[in-house]
Design a protein around this ligand. Structure first.
Ligand code: ZN
Ligand code: ZN
Ligand code: FE
Length: 761
């Protein structure tokens, strides 16, 4: 029996070799008709024997191309047309329909074989790609995904490329960015002023290797942005980069030739290996081996190193020249977005680098490398960008919401059809450049997803640029969402929880509903309503924003909070805390005493900062989170001795009093207890607070599901042990995985809560 079906396939089905797969499948099964790309996904008109059509659909469902993601297949029976062959038809654009776009994908193994095979026409070609790999989201200007809508538009395919592009049996059939050395993009070298150096094309990478190994610094244009690059085994080269970039301590990401090289320096488990080698190739934060002999200035005072593997043919060919490991850090000026055009990179980076390795495949939308940590065998996303954006999350809503996100580590989110899309990582919106970058990305998302918001969600903090942006829209309904509730909502959403939960949010800062700074919060409820049950006691802190980069100011504030008497604080500091005894500590005390420029905070992040400084681990910081990270790191020096004891605290009414924690830490420090012991005991105290608060809530509300979120939980020791202890007490514990656990995830939570509010009205 013959029949004809019309299939609409939705999902990630463009730019992933879907049409060639369909073509091959159809011709193999002797089916006729056609397939095309359109803004809704892929249409297939298929005609033939019933059995074969069933087989055809079954194969699509069970064995689609590796990078595709089918979200749905609509099937419509039609009248037989008697097609005489199977064809791939031209793409069609339809209004207001959504197409899922593939993220940028690391070079596949087949392409890797091509570029090292001297007999292959792609031998040594740094822009080799195919339908299974290469640039996607970063080069797409408009939808549908066809070459003319990408930055590859300016390269005219040579006849060889064209043949492969048109051959349905070829791996590069309809690979939009297809290119070869005779028709595609090319690389060149310039000095730091942007003057091209005369080096023959086939010698460029060998030349780069020599220069890199002799301590030169490069800016290398990559797949989705520029990297700053130097030899990661050369202490002096790293120091030169640190000095020029004015970045004394913040860790540098590393790229290693292969996984065996990484294994020399770090412990890697199976999950981490999968992540490192998979198609997204993020930076994975890996635990340093004890005898790790990487130069200390790669990641000073850290237990973790951020490693990734080469993900473009250019990287691969460069390492193939005989390099094992390089520093590969996002190329930007401090606080500004990643560089992605040749002209701007030369302008901005000329004083930082010795040479530029450039190419002429334009990047339309830049993306930073994604950063992920594996904790308890699950992904904990720190930064979600290249390789992941714009993969959507499933989400059903009839509202069109733009959620503007937090001010730091910003992302925004939108929803359309059955999806929620989180944006690229936009950085900290502290200056006009990042703010413009944020706005440009919003416009791009609106364009490629044909999205018009009916609602805008934003943070309560009116000082945030993202909030100002939201409030600048006059004719759209606006919904404010409290910061820490957004964190918890992102976790509820991601773990698909329907019942009431206990939400634990430990965070740096975020404005609370009472105008204090929150960040050590226990909630009870659901997406509709989250009630604040417990919070860390409010501590009066002085010094405003400058206390965030000067944890010693927080140390003075927290000691004052615990000791409560300014003369006693002075005498304690004078006697035992010489590291806090600088010219202005008296001033901080005076401010606290006279309530000048002080704020109240329940922030867990600030407590970590204060403790880090009280025990003289870190008194001033040069990057966000440094004091807390170094406090966690020093636990490591204890090796296997796990201390079970903790400092004392009380939970009274809805407040967790922490003054005795500070007082006992002061005593331990006075008694020369090692900082690693104090740190572990402090961490254990917080874990104990987590468990006790949850027990109290369970007794009263009979809730056993716990959601954990907030930037403080990037701390592996804290997250892991909180999880294990809570689980042993009978709680079901959930945390963020694909949605970043830090402020990058805020936009997702804002969107979810806003949607509930809209639906509740
Ligand atoms: Zn490939
Ligand atoms: Zn070509
Ligand atoms: Fe936060």
């Amino acid at each position: 029996m013959k029949k004809r079906l019309f299939l609409t396939i939705k999902g990630i089905v463009q730019g992933v070799g879907f049409r060639p797969f369909i073509y091959n499948l159809a011709t193999r099964l002797n089916l006729k008709g056609w397939v095309n790309n359109n803004s809704e996904g892929v249409y297939i008109d298929i005609e033939g024997e019933n059995d074969y059509i069933e087989k055809f659909i079954d194969k699509i469902k069970t064995n689609p191309p590796p990078l595709s993601r089918i979200e749905g297949i609509d099937i419509l029976e039609k009248v037989i047309k008697n097609y005489d062959n199977f064809k791939i038809e031209a793409s069609k654009e339809e209004n207001n329909k959504i197409t899922l776009i593939s993220p940028d994908i690391a070079m596949c193994d087949n392409c890797k074989h091509n570029i090292i095979d001297p007999n292959n026409r792609y031998y040594n070609y740094p822009f080799t790609n195919c339908t299974n790999c290469g640039p996607r989201f970063s080069i797409i200007k408009h939808i549908p995904y066809d070459r003319c809508n990408t930055t590859m538009n300016k390269f005219i395919m040579c006849s060889d490329c064209h043949d492969e592009y048109r051959n349905p049996l070829d791996r590069r059939f309809h690979a939009q960015p297809i290119a070869c050395s005779s028709c595609g993009p090319s690389i060149w070298i310039t000095n730091n002023n942007g003057d091209k150096l005369n080096i023959s094309n086939n010698k460029i990478l060998a030349w780069c290797k020599e220069k890199l190994l002799s301590a030169n610094i490069f800016a290398i244009k990559g797949l989705t942005g520029f990297h700053l690059c130097c030899n990661a085994l050369d202490f002096n080269a790293i120091q030169k980069l640190r000095n020029r970039k004015n970045r004394p301590h913040k860790p540098f990401a590393l790229m290693a030739k292969n996984i065996n090289i990484i294994e020399k320096y770090c412990i890697i488990n199976e999950e981490e290996k999968k992540l490192l080698c998979g198609p997204s190739k993020p930076i994975v934060l890996l635990k340093k081996k004890n005898n790790c002999n990487i130069p200390e200035n790669i990641a000073p005072n850290q237990n973790y190193l951020g490693f990734m593997l080469p993900y473009t043919p250019l990287h691969y060919l460069l390492f193939n020249e005989g390099i094992d490991i390089l520093v590969m850090t996002s190329a930007n000026l401090s606080g500004l977005p990643i560089e992605y055009t040749n002209k701007s990179a030369i302008n901005s980076l000329c004083k930082l680098v010795d040479y530029f390795l450039l190419h002429n495949r334009d990047i339309n939308i830049p993306l930073d490398d994604s950063v992920i940590k594996i904790i308890l065998n699950k992904k904990v996303t720190i930064r979600r960008s290249r390789g992941y954006v714009p993969l959507p999350f499933d989400f059903q809503s009839n509202n069109s919401i733009l959620a503007c996100g937090s001010n730091m580590k910003n992302t925004f989110s939108i929803n359309k059809d059955n999806f929620l899309f989180m944006s690229t990582y936009n950085g900290d919106l502290f200056n006009i450049e990042t703010f413009n970058y944020f706005k440009k990305n919003i416009d791009h998302f609106k364009d490629i997803f044909s999205f018009t918001p009916n609602y805008i969600a934003y943070d309560l903090h009116t000082g945030y640029s993202s909030t100002k942006y939201a409030l600048s829209h006059d004719n759209i309904k606006k919904i404010s969402v409290q910061h820490h509730k957004a964190h918890i909502a992102s976790c509820i959403f991601e773990n698909n929880l329907k019942d009431n939960i206990i939400g634990i949010c430990f965070d740096g800062t975020g404005l609370g509903e009472d105008n204090n700074i929150w960040g050590g919060e226990f909630f009870v409820g659901n997406l509709n309503k989250l009630d604040r049950i417990f919070h860390l006691d409010y501590v009066k802190i002085a010094g405003g924003d400058s206390s965030i980069i000067n944890p010693w100011k927080l140390a003075v504030s927290y000691i004052y909070y615990a000791v409560k008497d300014k003369d006693k604080v002075s005498s304690i500091i004078n006697k035992n805390f010489s590291h806090l005894k600088n010219e202005s500590y008296e001033l901080i005390l005076k401010m606290l005493y006279s309530n000048f420029n002080t704020v109240y905070t329940s922030s867990m992040g600030r407590l970590f900062d204060a403790v880090s400084s009280i025990i003289n681990i870190r008194n001033t910081v040069t990057y966000e989170g440094q004091a807390a990270i170094e406090l966690e790191s020093c636990i490591n020096t204890l090796n296997s001795t796990i201390l079970e004891n903790h400092y004392s605290y009380t939970i009274l009414n809805n407040i967790i009093k922490i003054d005795s924690i500070i007082l006992e830490i002061i005593e331990d420090f006075k008694n020369n207890i090692s900082s690693s012991q104090i740190s572990m005991k402090f961490h254990n105290t917080i874990i104990d607070i987590v468990c006790n608060a949850c027990k109290l809530i369970k007794e009263k509300y009979s809730i056993t599901n716990v959601c954990i979120s907030g930037g403080v939980f990037q701390n592996s020791y804290l997250l892991q042990n909180s999880y294990l202890k809570l689980t042993s007490l009978g709680f079901n514990v959930f945390f963020n995985m694909d949605v970043p656990i830090n402020d990058s995830g805020i936009s997702v939570g804002q969107l979810i809560i806003a949607n509930e509010k809209i639906n509740g009205v």
